[in-house]
Design a protein around this ligand. Structure first.
Ligand SMILES: *C/C=C(C)/C=C/C=C(C)/C=C/C1=C(C)CCCC1(C)C
Length: 246
């Protein structure tokens, strides 16, 4: 007999995707509480950064709540929910770059440039994923357009304005922290295009035979690494520079 989700939540033991949806949800929720509470123990100038960290994981937690139910009840990829989540949380990660380099002279247009690049990356990625006709040309075209936005953020974090401002701050804690965030963008964010390439028509789907159901596994693992990891680095900067000032 088929039970509805409202009556019973049943995670099949052989379903790692369901498993990561549930652990992802709980981890995001716990991280939000942590960042929000710890906000009270960091120096005033870092409070906003910690609040943004809490918002990133908090917004993700709410979306995971819905995505895991969607996945469990339909067995499908929750593409729209996923991209709504990202469209809110990735720009907030860009805000973090701005907040962390503000003391060194970051201007508000740096934040907007990063936000525009990330929204471009996500809108084109969404078109590639949601409106796929299963062809390689569709997924490649939109994936390549999306990558332009990704590379812009990557460049800004490693060599562009953000990197230069971090250097200018003269604060070793900020320099090290920004470098860690840049690593997240290089390695952690790179997991997403790998997941994207698992969809029908994608290079890994056709090439390696990885099926579209692997998409969520990549996305869930990447989200946990990037959203919670990003927040922890920000927290480390806040704690570290306070210790230095004391
Ligand atoms: C919390 C969510 C995060 C950090 C999401 C990041 C998403 C990406 C870096 C996605 C990148 C993509 C490409 C570079 C090309 C293919 C399409 C995307 C959207 C999966």
């Amino acid at each position: 007999m088929k039970t509805t989700l409202l009556n019973i939540v049943n995670i099949p033991v052989d379903d790692p995707i369901a498993f990561t949806f549930f652990t992802g949800y709980m981890a995001m929720l716990a991280a939000s509480v942590f960042f929000f509470v710890e906000r009270g123990s960091v120096d005033g100038k870092w409070k906003l950064s910690l609040l943004v960290s809490a918002l990133i994981t908090g917004i993700a937690a709410v979306h995971y709540y819905y995505m895991r139910d969607y996945y469990l009840s339909t067995g499908q990829t929750p593409t729209a929910l996923r991209y709504i989540d990202w469209t809110l949380t990735v720009p907030l990660m860009c805000v973090e770059f701005y907040l962390l380099t503000k003391a060194a002279g970051a201007k508000i247009d740096l934040m907007w440039k990063l936000i525009i690049a990330s929204v471009w990356m996500l809108v084109t990625g969404y078109i590639g994923e949601a409106f796929t006709d299963g062809s390689t040309s569709h997924s490649f075209t939109w994936g390549a357009l999306s990558t332009i936005g990704y590379v812009y953020v990557l460049y800004t974090a490693w060599l562009g304005e953000v990197a230069k401002l971090a250097e200018k701050s003269g604060d070793p804690v900020v320099i090290k922290g920004i470098r860690s965030l840049a690593w997240f963008v290089l390695v952690g964010w790179a997991i997403y295009p790998i997941g994207y390439m698992c969809m029908p028509g994608g290079w890994l789907n056709t090439g390696l035979g990885w099926s579209s159901s692997n998409i969520d596994l990549f996305y869930n693992i990447a989200d946990a690494i990037n959203k919670i990891g990003f927040g922890l680095v920000v927290y480390g900067i806040a704690i570290g520079s306070k210790a230095k000032a004391a």
